[in-house]
Design a protein around this ligand. Structure first.
Ligand code: NAP
Ligand code: GLV
Length: 310
């Protein structure tokens, strides 16, 4: 395979240099310096620019340096017939689980209200935490990252539910499936973690209608994708007191524009898309393995089913 590389997020070129070391017999060129685009049969990318796919007439496979491939599926230049391979965990699940746990602890310990009380110099001793085994967490997604996050929360004593497309039996986690399942789960959770992929079925899922189905004072944690969230609806439900707060890692526009009201909202914590940062070594190992599997005709674990919305 002749490989073309582009990443909007690998300033130290750790993934690029790692791949060169792991695949010494492959040609790896960097976009846009590539001399002969007709040689290229595979691309390794994160957020490729609009013109990236121009002239790649022999491209067969695109390997994402990320778990989410919405940056590819919504790319206007992506050829219809190329296969897409995404990262599956590759070192991201553990930090992501810690991010979810941090958000849940923040909500359970009423840290948003306590921070406000501190600003007002008020000794609000009544803001005691809920008992851990009474604090209910709902995770949207029961996949690579969401199941590790859900099990981490379970191990910390929380009551955990998960929601996904297909029925699952999970040890000590209540699982809900499909549209009706979501309606059943929402009234039973005090904190909601969104770890869905961004697809046409999940875009805007965190909206007023969903928020209203949550109990009063529920807390939102979104490390999924910015376009899962209707920011206007979130702000409305925070300001009218229905939701107690939100921990947000991803945004419709990144970096989050300076004038966006989320930056300064007292009930919102903003983090700059680093809940589950790419682990360069984990990514290199998995991408190199996937390339070898594609060459031998095997199906890599992260092969994306484009027709199923992945
Ligand atoms: P995954 O393994 O594909 O899991 C996705 C889960 O979502 C699956 O359980 C799937 O259900 C469920 N799902 C998909 N569409 C659904 C729908 N329409 N209704 C209900 N459930 C649906 O994905 P992952 O590797 O865990 O990654 C999840 C997302 O995390 C990525 O796509 C990315 O957006 C985000 N992410 C963010 C960061 C960060 O730093 N902020 C880092 C990495 C990833 P089934 O199991 O029933 O198929
Ligand atoms: C990061 O956001 C990823 O999808 O891996």
């Amino acid at each position: 395979m002749s490989i073309l590389y582009f990443s909007a997020g690998d300033p130290e070129k750790r993934v690029l240099n790692g791949l060169k070391a792991a695949l010494p017999h492959h040609s790896i060129e960097v976009w846009p310096e590539c001399k002969d685009k007709t040689n290229i049969t595979a691309a390794v990318v994160w957020q490729p620019p609009a013109e990236f796919f121009d002239g790649l007439v022999n491209l067969k496979s695109v390997l994402s340096i990320a778990a989410g491939v919405d940056h590819l599926l919504t790319h206007p230049g992506l050829p219809i017939d190329v296969e897409i391979v995404r990262l599956t965990d590759a070192g991201m699940a553990e930090p992501m689980a810690k991010y979810a746990l941090y958000g849940v602890l923040h909500a359970q310990r009423k840290m948003t209200e306590l921070a406000q009380a501190q600003r007002e110099k008020r000794w609000r001793h009544e803001l005691a935490p809920a008992a851990t085994n009474d604090f209910r967490v709902g995770v949207l997604g029961a996949g690579e990252l969401s199941l590790v996050a859900a099990n981490g929360l379970l191990m910390n004593g929380f009551k955990v539910s998960c929601w996904s497309r297909t029925e699952k039996n999970l040890d000590n986690i209540t699982h809900y499936a499909g549209v009706a399942g979501l309606d059943d789960m929402l009234p039973t959770v005090d904190a909601l973690v969104c770890l869905l992929p961004l697809t046409e079925n999940t875009r805007g899922i965190l909206n007023a209608s969903l928020f209203r189905k949550l109990p009063k004072n529920a807390y939102i944690i979104n490390p999924g994708r910015g376009d899962h969230l209707n920011e206007h609806d979130l702000l409305e439900q925070l300001d009218n007191g229905h939701l107690s707060g939100a921990l947000l890692d991803v945004f419709a526009t990144e970096p989050l524009p300076e004038q966006n009201p989320l930056w300064s909202h007292p009930k919102v914590i903003v983090t700059p898309h680093l809940a589950g940062p790419t682990d360069a070594d984990g990514a290199v190992e998995q991408i190199a393995q996937s390339i070898k599997e594609l060459e031998s005709g095997a199906r890599p674990r992260g092969l994306v089913n484009r027709s199923a919305g992945y």
